[in-house]
Design a protein around this ligand. Structure first.
Ligand SMILES: [Zn+2]
Ligand SMILES: [Zn+2]
Length: 182
């Protein structure tokens, strides 16, 4: 009985060897790795719970995704979309005042925290995100041992982040010239 089965599977292998090949698809356009991971950030960000900033983050090593994060309240806490924002006034050096929602954990922070939850080392990894990370996120990125940051766009208040990335030798690549303001 067993012998019969082996003969059958051999016959199938012979057949597939003779299968007709189709010509190569020379028009096929694949996104670059940076485009690929940055576009995944957009889908991840769409799960955000605060409509003031629906951004997503993906952390990658050796072209493999280690962790993802989006803008959201910590688990079990109320969402902005359900109860409204928690607005906070920020006064800048030049006296200018802007309002920010502080209810949520940033996408970059959530990606780092998810890695911590699952015991994943981020040392030597690359972080993809929508905008140049804020000062707090930038410090966490450096502390986690992330060595490269790829942002889709620049952020108007990114001076401090850029300074510490440079100082800590974290490579920052901004794909789009456009500056995000909000
Ligand atoms: Zn909010
Ligand atoms: Zn941030």
């Amino acid at each position: 009985m067993t012998g019969k089965k082996v003969t059958k599977s051999l016959a199938r292998t012979e057949k597939s060897k003779g299968a007709k090949k189709t010509p190569p698809n020379k028009k096929a356009v694949r996104p670059t790795w940076d485009q690929y991971f940055v576009s995944i950030c957009e889908m991840v960000g769409s799960r955000g719970t605060c409509d003031r900033g629906k951004s997503g983050c993906v952390i990658v090593k050796d072209k493999r995704i280690l962790t993802t994060g989006y803008v959201g309240s910590p688990p079990g806490l109320a969402h902005c979309d359900d109860i409204g924002h928690e607005m906070h006034k920020v006064t800048h050096d030049d006296g200018r005042e802007t309002m920010h929602c502080i209810r949520t954990v940033h996408a970059e922070q959530n990606a780092i925290v998810q890695a911590a939850r699952n015991g994943i080392a981020l040392f030597g990894s690359t972080l993809y995100c929508k905008m140049t990370p804020c000062y707090v996120c930038a410090k966490l990125i450096i502390s986690a041992g992330i060595i490269r940051v790829v942002a889709m766009k620049d952020y108007q208040a990114s001076k401090q982040s850029k300074r510490i990335f440079k100082e800590a030798k974290v490579k920052l690549d901004i794909l789009d010239e456009e500056v995000e303001k909000y």
